[in-house]
Design a protein. Structure first.
Length: 292
């Protein structure tokens, strides 16, 4: 992707202001990241916005990520003093561990207040993340009923709300927030692959063919198994056309329907149908550019 992505609706600026105004009321921040792209799904603005508060990272959608890669991320965060908890906001897996870590992070404050004869009261937790990372689904699972509005499109959560999930825990929900300009094309691509940026503002065919190139390099076995390949085609366009004919993405005149096959590939990646895939690793070197 040669162009920069600019995607900053007005509600995202309002959300940034909302966080700034209310962070003083919060005891712990839960930062929800997509477990497949912990770098790209992390808004760099959060460092300044929430730096004064204890933080725990929820690596959401871990069931879609490469397990070995996920373990590397957990170890990385541990090395920098942050607990990273793999969670599945749809099934609730990992949420007990997340709640335990929240309680642990507040224990010192609780003990200090208890020494003065005071009680912390309900722990107040702010949940932050970019659109489509799974914040609202996470809150719904914690609450046990559909409270925060959710959807499979970025930016559906609106407004400000405190949600009591039990007598000693309150959650502050915030809409997903991207940063004003995505300068790194790799970050832009990763956000596009996972659906964090609306498909409507992107060239869906470019996104899909770049994803295929990444998968050909890093997960060829999964591609060959999913699309019943006897051998890997030499280039990404040849692979896309093979998948199109295999799946009936053909127009009249026996022409490949590139839009249809592109949507199919992205949909199967996002749902984990192709396999458990991670797009980023916790390495010192920058990720390799998938466009050569």
């Amino acid at each position: 992707m040669s162009q920069h992505i600019n995607w900053y609706p007005g509600h995202m600026k309002k959300t940034k202001d909302l966080i700034t105004e209310n962070i003083k009321l919060v005891d712990v921040v839960v930062e929800v990241l997509d477990g497949r792209i912990p770098i790209s799904s992390r808004n760099p603005q959060f460092d300044d916005l929430i730096s004064t508060k204890p933080r725990v990272v929820a690596l959401n959608k871990f069931d879609l990520a490469d397990p070995k890669n996920l373990d590397s991320w957990i170890a990385y965060y541990k090395s920098v003093g942050i607990s990273a908890i793999p969670v599945n906001s749809l099934t609730g897996e990992g949420l007990d561990r997340l709640l335990h870590e929240i309680k642990y992070l507040c224990q010192a404050k609780q003990d200090k207040l208890a020494g003065k004869g005071r009680n912390l009261g309900a722990v107040r937790v702010m949940i932050v993340g970019i659109p489509n990372a799974g914040k609202s689904s996470l809150i719904n699972k914690l609450v046990g009923k559909k409270t925060a509005k959710t959807g499979n499109r970025p930016g559906v959560t609106r407004g400000k709300q405190w949600i009591r999930i039990r007598k000693d825990l309150e959650l502050f929900d915030t809409p997903g927030i991207l940063w004003p300009k995505i300068d790194d094309p790799i970050v832009g691509m990763n956000l596009a692959y996972t659906g964090a940026i609306k498909d409507e503002i992107l060239n869906i065919e470019d996104i899909a063919i770049n994803l295929l190139e990444f998968l050909m390099k890093h997960y060829p076995g999964l591609l060959m198994n999913r699309y019943k390949l006897e051998e890997m085609p030499e280039d990404r366009l040849e692979l896309m056309e093979f998948i199109a004919r295999k799946r009936g993405c053909i127009r009249s005149g026996n022409e490949v329907d590139y839009n249809k096959v592109s949507n199919l590939i992205l949909d199967e990646f996002r749902k984990g149908v192709i396999g458990k895939i991670s797009l980023e690793s916790p390495v010192i070197e920058p990720p390799v550019d998938i466009e050569e």
